[in-house]
Design a protein around this ligand. Structure first.
Ligand SMILES: Cc1ncc(COP(=O)(O)O)c(C=O)c1O
Length: 397
């Protein structure tokens, strides 16, 4: 048997052991509260499901253009413009099998072997894995809770070398929920232009921003920066459509055309039925999106306020996505019942066994000393989950 070195060296998702432990407890009939999830807990809105059924009935069950049906690409252009004022034509947009696939296509299209791609940590685990897959080199910039988990201009300049090709910006961020302000983005933008970098701006959580925080889309900063940006978005998070596998990229038409060529050989088009569902999602009534946003906003407020009341836990007041990132360093070195916490993984495992609550250790996202707590679950689960976390943490001494 032979497995290529590239795939052999690729790591399984760091959440697997945590998930396995949670599944084991659930199988024993134990009531486990899962605050590790990375997808909305709402059903896909009925109007979207209906559009998929209609598409099937109309016979839209065959290949489409590899880069996606024109009506959807036009609708994505309008959807982006209405939200960010940035204009993209249909030939500047590609529809992929999820935003993850768009990011892969983008990296494969712009990165040469050995070129560097800057990734701020904590990062979504897929970024470094995909950079390595395309023979690029991930260059990690560490951020802190004090900076709201955002990179500074000084850090960015220091990380750039003659080999730097791109920066991946996750805004709003998975795992921290942090969102960059316009001024912060402008500072990054100046450096991007100075060094002629590309920015892969992953804005998949951009419609999930709370407390009236003004979201600014990277390509909206200037026409020069729009040329340097590959914008990533999709329907997975805002429309609760993770299983439908539809994501988008928008960029200069030469880049999109090259990404389309790649996609045509790798997967052909994304599911025709899902494309019609996505068309309804973004161009139909947006009331359901507003309703989901309202629920997330209430959950976020509850979760942040109650985590702040737990002694020793410091939680970042992040304004986006559906995650909070809490500093657990106070508990490092403490023990209960013969178990000593030496890192974030130990703490996450302790919370599973002692509190029956699943969170994700920061180490998975390249940052020790934190856990990610998701609020993509019911208020009832959040109330019970926070109570259990508090009781378990109080036992550590
Ligand atoms: C930051 C970020 N980008 C992209 C994705 C992928 O989205 P999709 O399901 O559309 O591939 C995720 C999913 O977890 C994510 O957290």
């Amino acid at each position: 048997m032979h497995i290529s070195a590239k795939v052999k060296e690729m790591e399984f998702s760091g959440t697997m052991k945590i998930a396995a432990k949670a599944i084991e407890l659930k199988a024993l009939g134990i009531n486990v509260i899962d605050l590790s999830v990375g997808e909305p807990d709402f059903p896909t809105p009925q109007r979207i499901k209906n559009a998929a059924i209609t598409a099937m009935e109309k016979g839209y069950t065959i290949y489409t253009l590899a880069s996606g049906i024109i009506p959807l690409r036009e609708a994505v252009g309008k959807w982006i413009k209405d939200f960010t004022s940035v204009e993209y034509k249909a030939n500047e947009i590609i529809v992929s099998n999820g935003a993850k696939h768009s990011i892969y296509n983008a990296l494969q299209t712009i990165v040469e072997k050995g070129e560097e791609v800057i990734i701020p940590a904590p990062y979504w685990v897929t970024y470094p894995a995909l950079v390595e897959l395309v023979d690029g080199v991930p260059v990690i910039i560490d951020t802190t809770i004090e900076s709201g988990f955002k990179i500074s201009p000084t850090q960015l300049r220091a990380a750039i070398t003659p080999k730097t090709r791109a920066l991946i910006l996750c805004n709003p961020s998975n795992p921290t929920g942090s969102v960059y302000s316009k001024t912060e983005l402008e500072e990054i933008g100046k450096i991007v232009l100075d060094y002629d970098l590309y920015v892969i701006s992953d804005e998949i959580y951009s419609r999930l921003v709370y407390d009236n925080f003004e979201f600014v889309s990277f390509p909206s900063l200037s026409s020069e920066l729009k040329k340097r940006t590959i914008l990533i978005d999709g329907v997975s998070k805002a429309y609760s459509m993770t299983g439908w596998r539809i994501g988008f990229a928008a960029a200069e038409k030469e880049i999109i055309s090259a990404m389309g060529k790649l996609q045509s050989h790798m997967t052909s088009n994304p599911s025709s039925i899902s494309q019609y569902a996505a068309l309804e999602a973004i161009s139909g009534s947006q009331d359901d999106v507003k309703d989901m946003h309202k629920v997330f906003s209430e959950r976020r407020k509850f979760l942040f306020d109650s985590l702040c009341k737990i002694d020793g836990l410091i939680t970042s007041n992040a304004k986006g996505a559906f995650y909070l990132f809490s500093d657990i360093s106070h508990f490092i070195g403490k023990s209960f019942d013969g178990v000593t916490i030496t890192n974030s993984y130990d703490l996450a495992m302790y919370l599973i066994s002692e509190a029956k609550v699943v969170t994700i250790p920061g180490s998975v996202f390249g940052t020790e000393g934190f856990i990610r707590i998701a609020y993509a679950t019911s208020m009832e689960n959040l109330v019970e989950g926070v109570k259990r976390i508090r009781i378990a943490l109080e036992k550590l001494f």
